[in-house]
Ligand binder design. Sequence first.
Ligand SMILES: [Zn+2]
Length: 253
Amino acid sequence: MSISKQLLTFLLLGVLGLTACQNNAKSVNDGASIHKNIEIDSAEILTEKVLTAKQQAALTPAEVITILKKGNSEFVSDALTIRNNSIRIREAALGQYPKAVILSCLDSRVPVEDVFHRGIGDLFVARVAGNIVNVDILGSLEYACKVSGSKLIVVLGHEHCGAIKSAIADVKLGNITALLSKIRPVVIASTQFKGEKTNSNEEYVQHICIENVKLGIRTIREKSPILKEMESKGEIKIVGAIYKMETGEVEFL
Ligand SMILES: [Zn+2]
């Protein structure tokens, strides 16, 4: 029922697109975007499946990085597919076997699944301001990898991060103070940075952002013997990355 409904919606969009395209042949921009809609193969809508336990087990950490890089490149270039979400919701209801777990900042401008062009059942996403690591995050990462079989941990920082800027400014406010205290060691240790150490210096903010991601990775290895062992056996990889606000690109460190 809902497959037919989705297919019908798609066909309708296609027909409208075709009509609009014929009527607006002179409008180059509109025409290009309409053609893009028409060119999506209808099979693409219906074939993408939720990952199974067998498929998850067959993946290596390096392959998962490749998949995420490809997904991000599709996100950046708008080469996106239409997902059969109603089917995926039902498939995923039976269990989940996500490829990776992403530890991301809270920031609303970093829609994690979209950024990697992944859908239902593909990724675990742990979100906390400043993508800091605490005991609850460690528990979540251990659950994702040790219990649920994910192959990759990505600590994902981002440009222009408010938490990073607040940590630089040493903001004190309610429970935010305790959260920022997880980032402050990076600020305090940044003695080697040449230049103005304020949150209005974008270069410095970016430096602290990258160092904060590295601190997150170190903390995971130091505070989680489970994840450290999995990494040393090659069962998982723990990597850092930065999301670029202006382009949507994810740069793996
Ligand atoms: Zn942020």
